[in-house]
Ligand binder design. Sequence first.
Ligand code: AMP
Length: 218
Amino acid sequence: MPTYVLLLGMPGAGKGTQAQMIAQELNLPHISSGNLFRQHISKMTPLGEQAKLYIDRGELVPDDLTISMIRERLCESDCARGALLDGFPRTPAQADALESLLKEFSGQVNVVPMIRVTEDDLLERLTGRWTCRDKGHIFHQKYNPPKEPGICDIDGSELYQRKDDEAETVKNRIEVYLEQTKPLISYYKDKGLLCEINGAQSIEQVNADLLAVIREYL
Ligand code: AMP
């Protein structure tokens, strides 16, 4: 049976950084809905053009567009063993759609780790973040600086600051999270799948805690 791990947490909780590490450690593909949208935007596809309108305002891309993009990605051959999902689902409707989709693959969500941080920490984390142009690898000017400024340690591509990481948009993204994504906490708690991790620790400690809880469920 394939394995599906969903990583939850507010924007800036460290989901992307941890997802990259954990996907490697569990040997699962890392599927980030945000990265998929950014790839569509840089290739100027019709989906990218539509998604950009929402992303630049810090709003969620409509469920139907998001769900069909994820469905397409999960059907690719590297997902036969399962996937680590980062940033999807973000609404209860997406979570319901994912459940039906995974049934088609004879799978189900196995565990939902949630990285918990306080709202005060988020603004600093997001506004200091640098993202790699090619693959979306994440750095932070203070907490996780690249070896060479402006260059991704992993693939050497250019680092840039996401437009939606600017302070005003970040505030909107946090509001959107509280309104639309926070209900997923009780959604997965009720299913007995949620486990919370303290995100206010070093990257290595958060990683160790995450791996430990995930392994308990797999
Ligand atoms: P992220 O990289 O996960 O912070 O996502 C960046 C932006 O992409 C979000 O602020 C949304 O505008 C959009 N996005 C990413 N994932 C989703 C999703 N599951 N549903 C709707 N919009 C999304």
